[in-house]
Design a protein around this ligand. Sequence first.
Ligand code: SF4
Ligand code: SF4
Length: 72
Amino acid sequence: MKDLRYLPDVSTIKLNTEACIGCGTCELVCPHGVFQIADKKAGIVDSDGCMECGACAMNCPVEAISVSPGVG
Ligand code: SF4
Ligand code: SF4
């Protein structure tokens, strides 16, 4: 979601693609379109769009995502 921005390059969102099983939950729950699934793996396509709400990390079944609440 390109019109919702705060500071660039400060988001703490991290994705472990090796652990990801491609379930698609992060893409579904993220309100800002930070993730996209391609080839059965999640990818971060817009890290600056992350507002560090934690919904993706909380819902990932394999704990492949980490994010710390902060300035996002
Ligand atoms: S923390 Fe929230 S805004 Fe950031 S990627 Fe996860 S669901 Fe999206
Ligand atoms: S929720 Fe977790 S396992 Fe599912 S696609 Fe996203 S990172 Fe991968």
